[in-house]
Design a protein around this ligand. Sequence first.
Ligand code: 1GP
Length: 246
Amino acid sequence: MILDQIRQKTKQGKPQLAVLFDPGKLSLPEVQKTATLCEQHRIDCVLVGGSLMLDNSLENCLTVIKKEYSGPVILFPGNTFQVHPKADAILFLSLISGRNADLLIGKHVEAAGIIKASHLEVIPTGYMLISQSQPTGAQYMSQTLPIPHNKPEIAAATAMAGEMLGLQVLYLDAGSGASEPVHEEMIRAVKQYTSIPLIVGGGICKPTMAQKAWSAGANIVVIGTAFEKTPHLIASFTEARNICYE
Ligand code: 1GP
């Protein structure tokens, strides 16, 4: 089970690196190139999804990734259409930072039957959007108020409530292409008050930024935009991950 692997690495204190593929933003040759690098550099897992896809590029993207990359491929769905049995697992996201009932439970009811039939491993995830000076795509698409970036106590309380509700993983997201990542203080606060694996992403574009997130308590750091622009950066991020563990 993929969640067991994540838990095990978390328990061992191994920093994990995930690469986000947004099929709406990448061409198939770009997907292939990045997936090959993910395999070469032993990326811990791959996430696939996006706020918006203007065509049905999800299936083609998954096919190419599965051909090149042998690690776990996890859906990170931006909506109920982004469920596909070619992946291995799905982050079943409840947007616990917001108060949009549809994104807390409504869409889940709609998708439950399809997910059950798909046999995807389901990873119940408390998803928290963190505010930026500029609204991100995720904020706009979810039409929710994110947690203010300078309020770590709100993030910690939200995360605790999510864990108490039985969610298995937490995801702090500044949003794709965010101008600044989730602050270390917030990561530390969430980690201090919870004990489930913590994913952190959004706006992390340098290996030193990833190292700061891991040191503050992130178990999985997610990189999307930086690798879309420069896939070869994967090598320096994995080096940073390995140094962090030594
Ligand atoms: C977005 O956390 C992911 O949901 C990754 O963000 O594209 O900014 O790396 P970036």
